[in-house]
Design a protein around this ligand. Structure first.
Ligand SMILES: N[C@@H](CCC(=O)N[C@@H](CS)C(=O)NCC(=O)O)C(=O)O
Length: 216
């Protein structure tokens, strides 16, 4: 079988989620560094987003589609439970995280620190302040979601957790989100537990957004 190539930048939460999935399955792959809207990404994603993937003749974009392919093509533990109700719950949490959590926690809040649109490069205070009330509500929702079992679905580490943990990682890197985490014991425990997991440790970004990548 040809080697799978994942194309994207390490710090991207969606690239990271795919890399956790690959590590969980034990699939060897090549990570080709590329930023969004570069020719190699634009060639596969119609809107230039990362990650994109190549495997033999197949080109794919969108992290959920890439993870479906990985899960259904390679041996190794399944990323989504076989049980239909549990599988649907995995899709439910991926959808909630990608449509409600990611846009506020990363695209709005962390972006305002890391890629501020201010003249002097200081954090975008208005954007941060606008995100915080929404984040407070959403943190409480996610805290309740993981309180019972330490997982989003059932009591195993599923693709729903793989998709969420990279976002949650970044919440420990900014002041207000760090303070929010400190008030959400179940979410903080969940974060610590899964960041220590082998597949997550092995794929933790070696550089951070806003920093230039060290020359290879
Ligand atoms: N729905 C896409 C989202 C991918 C995405 O938003 N990637 C970000 C990096 S984390 C990106 O490429 N952003 C550039 C842009 O939106 O222009 C997926 O699940 O793969």
């Amino acid at each position: 079988m040809p080697q799978l190539e994942l194309i994207g930048a390490e710090p991207s939460n969606y690239v990271w989620a795919c890399r956790i999935a690959l590590a969980e399955k034990g699939v060897p792959y090549k990570l080709s560094p590329a930023m969004p809207h570069t020719p190699e990404v634009d060639a596969v994603h119609p809107f230039g987003k990362i990650p994109v993937m190549r495997h033999g003749d197949l080109e794919l974009c969108e992290s959920r589609a890439i993870c479906w392919y990985i899960d259904n093509t390679f041996d190794g533990p399944t990323l989504v439970p076989a049980d239909r109700a549990r599988a649907a719950q995995v899709e439910q949490w991926i959808s909630i995280v990608n449509t409600h959590i990611d846009p506020v926690w990363l695209r709005q809040y962390v972006r305002a620190y890391v890629f501020p649109r201010t003249a002097d490069g200081s954090p975008e205070r208005d954007t941060i302040d606008a995100a915080l009330p929404k984040m407070e509500e959403q943190f409480a929702v996610m805290d309740r979601a993981v309180a019972k079992t330490g997982h989003l679905v059932g009591d195993t580490f599923t693709l729903a957790d793989m998709n969420f943990i990279p976002i949650l990682y970044y919440m420990g890197t900014c002041p207000e989100s760090g303070a929010l985490l400190a008030r959400m014991p179940a979410l903080a425990r969940y974060r610590e537990l899964h960041l220590a997991r082998k597949s997550v440790q092995a794929t933790t970004p070696t550089w951070m957004p806003g920093q230039k990548r060290a020359a290879a």
